[in-house]
Design a protein around this ligand. Structure first.
Ligand SMILES: O=C(O)c1ccccc1NCC(=O)[C@H](O)[C@H](O)COP(=O)(O)O
Length: 211
C-alpha cells in the first residue's frame, strides 16, 4: 500500500519547513489570503518556497481570486500545486488546470452526504479534491473536523485528501477510518493561530506514517 501523503499547511518560517521536511511531510502549504493569521505576501511565499528542499512539494492556497490575480500569484510563487479554497466553480478550476502545468486541488467543505455528492462536480476538473469541514471564521484552517463517516464508505472517482481538525492525536484514527491517501493539517500543529509548533509537526508526521 502507498504511504499516506502528508501536507502541513500555513507555514511561515524556514524552521517549520525544515521540520516538516525532516519529519517526512510530502507537501507544505503557503496561505495567500489577507484575513488569515497565516497570510504571506507573494514575495514572502516565493522567498520561503525557494528554501523548500526536494522532494517536498509546495502548495499555494488562494481564495476566490479573479483570473488576473490568480495568474499573478502563481507566476510570482511558482508552486507545485495550487489549492483553491473559496467559491471557485468546477468550470473555473478546469480552465486553470488546462492552462497550467501544475496540479490544481479544490478544497470543499462538506457537512453531509449531499455535500459529498455536490463535491463530485469537481471530478475531472481538478487533480485532487480535499474534503474539509465547512467554512468557519475563515474559509479553512479553522481546526474543525468533518464527519469522517461520510468518507469511510465512499467510492472515490478522483484523487482526494482529508483536511479539517486533524491533530497528532487523531490523525492515525482518521486514516484508519477513511483510508485517506493524503492528510492535511494546519491549526493542529500550532501553539497559537499562525505559529507552528515544531514538536507537533514531528508528532503529526510520525502518527500519520504509522496510521
Ligand atoms: O489556514 C488558513 O488560515 C486558511 C485561510 C483561508 C483558506 C484556507 C486556509 N487554510 C487551509 C488549511 O490550512 C487546510 O487546507 C485545512 O483547512 C485544514 O486546516 P485545519 O483544520 O486548521 O487543520
Amino acid at each position: 500500500m502507498q504511504d499516506t501523503l502528508i501536507k502541513i499547511c500555513g507555514l511561515s518560517s524556514r524552521e517549520s519547513i525544515d521540520a516538516a521536511a525532516a519529519a517526512g511531510a510530502t507537501h507544505v502549504g503557503f496561505v495567500h489570503y489577507e484575513p488569515s493569521p497565516r497570510h504571506l505576501s507573494l514575495a514572502d511565499a516565493r522567498a520561503l518556497s525557494e528554501t523548500v528542499p526536494d522532494p517536498l512539494l509546495t502548495v499555494l492556497l488562494l481564495v476566490s481570486m479573479g483570473p488576473d490575480e490568480t495568474a499573478r500569484a502563481i507566476d510570482a510563487v511558482q508552486p507545485d500545486v495550487v489549492q483553491l479554497h473559496g467559491a471557485e466553480t468546477p468550470e473555473w478550476c478546469a480552465a486553470l488546470k488546462q492552462a497550467l502545468p501544475i496540479e490544481i486541488w479544490k478544497a470543499v467543505g462538506v457537512r453531509d452526504q449531499a455535500g459529498m455528492e455536490h463535491a463530485q462536480r469537481y471530478v475531472g476538473a481538478v487533480d485532487r479534491i480535499l474534503y474539509d469541514a465547512p467554512a468557519g471564521a475563515l474559509p479553512g484552517g479553522n481546526g474543525l473536523a468533518l464527519d469522517w463517516s461520510l468518507l469511510s464508505g465512499f467510492t472515490h472517482n478522483a484523487p482526494w485528501g482529508l483536511a479539517g481538525g486533524l491533530t497528532p492525536a487523531n490523525v492515525a484514527d482518521a486514516i484508519r477510518q477513511t483510508k485517506a491517501p493524503l492528510v492535511d493539517t494546519s491549526s493542529g500543529v500550532e501553539s497559537a493561530p499562525g505559529i507552528k509548533d515544531i514538536d507537533k509537526i514531528r508528532a503529526f508526521c510520525q502518527a500519520a506514517r504509522n496510521g
